[in-house]
Design a protein around this ligand. Structure first.
Ligand SMILES: [Zn+2]
Ligand SMILES: [Zn+2]
Ligand SMILES: [Zn+2]
Length: 151
């Protein structure tokens, strides 16, 4: 189980590597898809579809195209979906060969985000799995608080 391995975050993947991964899976590299990857690459924290839309050149595509593209990229495991509890799905690029498992610390005042590499000891999941006779137990978790600048 590699759910608790954390590779260093923010290693920038080359855009050519990313488009290569699309190509490997016989997916077309449309202009919008390439532009979306470029924007995600430039952002260390998860972005909502609307934020991606706002960062794209005007008129390149509509919001529905971004929703579809994010769905596809998630299926291909190139992005990981995060939920900060405000109803907007957020996406972050996943390193090749990494499962992207990590957590965030979100400021409830300024919405600032910090990447958190710490995680529960694997024993907790094992115990929960054994107690309930589950297999393949995983978790999703984000932390919230007030950052030093907002205190
Ligand atoms: Zn992250
Ligand atoms: Zn703050
Ligand atoms: Zn975790």
């Amino acid at each position: 189980m590699k759910a608790h391995q954390h590779s260093p975050r923010h290693r920038r993947q080359e855009l050519s590597t990313l488009t290569g991964r699309l190509r490997q899976q016989a997916r077309k590299i449309t202009g919008p898809r390439q532009a979306i990857l470029k924007i995600l690459r430039a952002h260390p924290h998860p972005l909502a579809s609307r934020e991606i839309f706002a960062a794209l050149p005007k008129g390149l595509c509509d919001l529905a195209t971004i929703y579809r593209a994010m769905h596809l990229l998630e299926e291909m495991k190139m992005v990981k979906r995060f939920d900060f509890g405000d109803g907007a799905a957020r996406f972050e690029l996943v390193e090749e060969g990494d499962d992207g498992h990590h957590h965030h610390l979100v400021c409830t005042k300024c919405s600032g985000v910090i990447e958190i590499d710490e995680c529960f000891p694997a024993e907790i999941e094992k115990r929960i799995a054994a107690k309930n006779r589950f297999k393949a137990v995983s978790h999703k978790l984000e932390f919230f608080g007030i950052c030093p600048d907002c205190q």
